[in-house]
Design a protein around this ligand. Structure first.
Ligand code: HEC
Ligand code: HEC
Ligand code: HEC
Ligand code: HEC
Ligand code: HEC
Ligand code: HEC
Ligand code: HEC
Ligand code: HEC
Length: 484
């Protein structure tokens, strides 16, 4: 099988400094310490030591308390903020948005701002409204989808927060100040510790289940196995956390997707090192487009490559000028840079090749024929345009979404058990349900024609054309497999 990534290499420009070789810890805090820790803030601590002692205790054990950053430094608001409230003589807001944290942590804020994470709510609204509308309802949305993807935080007339929209710390939350996301989705409050955020649990809170089965995958990978045994040796409390230097026993999610390695800095943009989109009906490799205002989007390599300076649409539909483009190979190289701190080049390239082969197999054998057949059924009027009202739509959805995602994530992150589980589910829905549902929807003749054209005529499914071939796996004792 060929590897597209190889052929795409080195053809594209890249903004210097994106996957860069700058010092590891440039300008950690943007403000100087005279701008925080006011006496007015001390009053909050004094009173809240009694009225919510636990919360204040968490803060007292934090890097913020140590650096004298107090309650008011984060919760301060301006009279004109929609969520500003007058509280014990100060103007405060309960919400502390990424923009508020960004006053002092400019670098993390800028990286988080353009990331896929910050768009996690927009993506539901844009891409798949049918799913939340038909499967969900407002209450499922509030307690389910929105907890991970984020809510649109609504402020009532008196400045208090609408209970339908808050508490919420979803990753793409839309805040009253217009900023996106919530820094406390990974950094539990009020400790805001980086050691805690380096743990797999900081991610698996959301990255588990059908949308993103990474908990299941990581725990059944060799890295997960080593994590169970060696977590005490991972040096999570270290100020810097560079793979191969500060730790070597294994990797967590953060090491591969955000962490520092060699001269590559850590980043708060989690999607930068991903070459594919593993959650699509058919996976394609993705350019990363960086706009002049720092915003970003992915663009499939099946689309024409925009030039520097050209205007193209952003994720939110507005237009943006292209500043730089990172090719899938470039993104893969950034990911591999981490591996190379602990593994050899040959090992790393082969592991990546095994992963790419699974994605290509999934695409060619199942995803493309299934997609082509669905398209023909829709255009021939054999299915209603309404999603999820016919059994075959359900089968198709589970095939690429739940099962196909599990297989692809499993192969990406080294879980043999989830790769196989996902692929065997894909196979059983495809051969066990999808094929017969094509005939149900299209009728016998048209159904047979579609199956012949897209499935049994392809080398991947040639085994279907040999119905008399003996197969010992069913245990009927026919003996050896006939290999001719
Ligand atoms: C004299 C005591 C007192 C002082 C001073 C005080 N608070 Fe409070 N604060 C409270 C109490 C009591 C509550 C709980 C009120 C309630 O249950 O709604 C509260 C609630 C809050 C809330 C939650 C509001 C919500 O939406 O649920 C925040 C945030 C907060 N305080 C921050 C601060 C900050 C920041 C300061 C300093 C500027 C401060 N407090 C000063 C007593 C105090
Ligand atoms: C580093 C910034 C930061 C500091 C310092 C800080 N907070 Fe908060 N606080 C937050 C964030 C973030 C939230 C979550 C609100 C949201 O959803 O955006 C929050 C939420 C709250 C809440 C409502 C949530 C709850 O669990 O009840 C209260 C009350 C509160 N803070 C009080 C305080 C008090 C009192 C102090 C000082 C002892 C303090 N905060 C210090 C960032 C901070
Ligand atoms: C447990 C947390 C969680 C819940 C609950 C959840 N999601 Fe997700 N969802 C995720 C994660 C994580 C991803 C990212 C998957 C990836 O890119 O690998 C995602 C991805 C998606 C995507 C994008 C898939 C794609 O094409 O890449 C959509 C659309 C989506 N979710 C919709 C929903 C809807 C609608 C609901 C509620 C009915 C929901 N999700 C509930 C965590 C969750
Ligand atoms: C996806 C999870 C996640 C989110 C969301 C997140 N962080 Fe982090 N943050 C981390 C991890 C993991 C680390 C430790 C990185 C490392 O090991 O280098 C970290 C480290 C930090 C540090 C310490 C940097 C240093 O070099 O000492 C700061 C400051 C920080 N984050 C601020 C923020 C702010 C501000 C936001 C919101 C704009 C935010 N984080 C959102 C996961 C997250
Ligand atoms: C008023 C300035 C200020 C604000 C606002 C602020 N921080 Fe900090 N933050 C600091 C300082 C100072 C430190 C300690 C110095 C350092 O680690 O570089 C720090 C440290 C951190 C760390 C590293 C903790 C560790 O384990 O070493 C994280 C993570 C962090 N902040 C996250 C946040 C988040 C999230 C918010 C918003 C909810 C926020 N900060 C708001 C000033 C601020
Ligand atoms: C509060 C929920 C939440 C937490 C916590 C969270 N994520 Fe995510 N993550 C999401 C959602 C939702 C998406 C899908 C966003 C989208 O497609 O726009 C996503 C997307 C991603 C992607 C990008 C997938 C792509 O399409 O390129 C990666 C990688 C990722 N997360 C890694 C992490 C890591 C690593 C952590 C922990 C340090 C983490 N996430 C913590 C919810 C979360
Ligand atoms: C050994 C490094 C490694 C570890 C550990 C790891 N990942 Fe991954 N992850 C990858 C690679 C490689 C990919 C595929 C990237 C690509 O698309 O080329 C990937 C893909 C993903 C994706 C899908 C992105 C997409 O392109 O659609 C998500 C989401 C994700 N990982 C989250 C996590 C979470 C959460 C954890 C921890 C539970 C984790 N990863 C642990 C290396 C790792
Ligand atoms: C901090 C060190 C470290 C980094 C970085 C790292 N790994 Fe590993 N990896 C390990 C350890 C330790 C093992 C378990 C070794 C063993 O097989 O006994 C392992 C095992 C593996 C295995 C299973 C090997 C086998 O023989 O079954 C694969 C595949 C793998 N890693 C791929 C990767 C990839 C791909 C990356 C980068 C995306 C990566 N690793 C990054 C430490 C690391």
């Amino acid at each position: 099988m060929k590897h597209h990534l190889q052929s795409l290499s080195c053809t594209l420009v890249l903004l210097a400094g994106l996957f860069n070789a700058l010092p590891l810890q440039a300008d950690k805090v943007t403000l100087d310490s005279s701008s925080w820790g006011s006496a007015e803030g001390q009053a909050c601590v004094d009173c809240h030591s009694k009225s919510s002692a636990g919360l204040t205790h968490q803060w007292k054990n934090s890097a913020h308390a140590l650096a004298n950053v107090n309650c008011l430094d984060c919760h301060q608001a301006y009279q004109e903020d929609v969520d500003a409230i007058e509280h014990e003589g100060s103007i405060i807001a309960t919400i502390v948005s990424p923009k508020d944290c960004g006053r002092c942590h400019e670098t993390e804020y800028q990286q988080q701002k353009g990331s896929v994470h910050s768009k996690a709510l927009t993506i539901i609204q844009n891409r798949m409204p049918a799913l939340s509308e038909h499967f969900g309802s407002p209450s499922i949305n509030d307690a389910g989808c929105a907890k991970c993807h984020g809510s649109t935080v609504k402020v009532r007339g008196d400045g208090t927060l609408d209970p339908a929209s808050w508490p919420n710390s979803g990753i793409g939350r839309i805040n009253p100040d217009g900023s996106l996301g919530s820094c406390s989705s990974c950094h539990g409050r009020h400790q805001f510790s980086k050691a805690q955020a380096r743990e797999p649990a900081a991610c698996t809170y959301c990255h588990s289940g059908p949308d993103s089965p990474d908990k299941e995958v990581y725990e059944s990978s060799k890295h997960g196995m080593m994590y169970e045994s060696h977590k005490a040796r991972l040096n999570m409390d270290s100020d810097q956390w560079v793979a191969g230097k500060d730790y070597s026993a294994t990797v967590t999610c953060v090491s591969c997707h955000m962490g520092a390695a060699g001269n590559m800095k850590s980043t708060h943009d989690v999607g930068m090192r991903d070459a594919w989109n593993l959650n699509a009906a058919v996976s394609t490799q993705q350019y990363l487009i960086i706009f002049e205002d720092g915003d970003k989007r992915e663009l499939s390599t099946t689309e024409p490559l925009p030039r520097r300076g050209e205007s193209i649409s952003k994720m939110d539909g507005s237009m943006g000028k292209v500043k730089a483009v990172a090719s899938p190979q470039r993104r893969r190289d950034a990911m591999s840079k981490t591996c190379l701190e602990c593994h050899s080049k040959g090992f790393t390239n082969n592991a990546m090749a095994q992963f790419d082969n699974v994605v290509e197999l999934f695409n060619e054998k199942y995803a493309k024929p299934a997609q082509a057949i669905m398209q023909e059924l829709y255009s021939a009027g054999l299915l209603t345009p309404l999603p999820f009202d016919e059994p075959i739509e359900m089968t198709y959805w589970n095939l690429w979404h739940s099962s196909g995602t599990l297989a692809r994530h499993g192969a990406a992150m080294g879980s043999p058990s989830m790769t196989w589980k996902g692929m065997s589910e894909v196979g059983s829905s495809f051969y066990g349900k999808f094929i017969s549902q094509i005939r149900e929807a299209a009728g016998q003749d048209k159904g047979d024609a579609l199956i012949k054209q897209h499935i049994s005529g392809s080398k991947h499914h040639d085994w279907l054309n040999h119905p008399n071939k003996a197969n010992p796996i069913l245990g009927f004792g026919q003996g050896k497999v006939d290999n001719d």
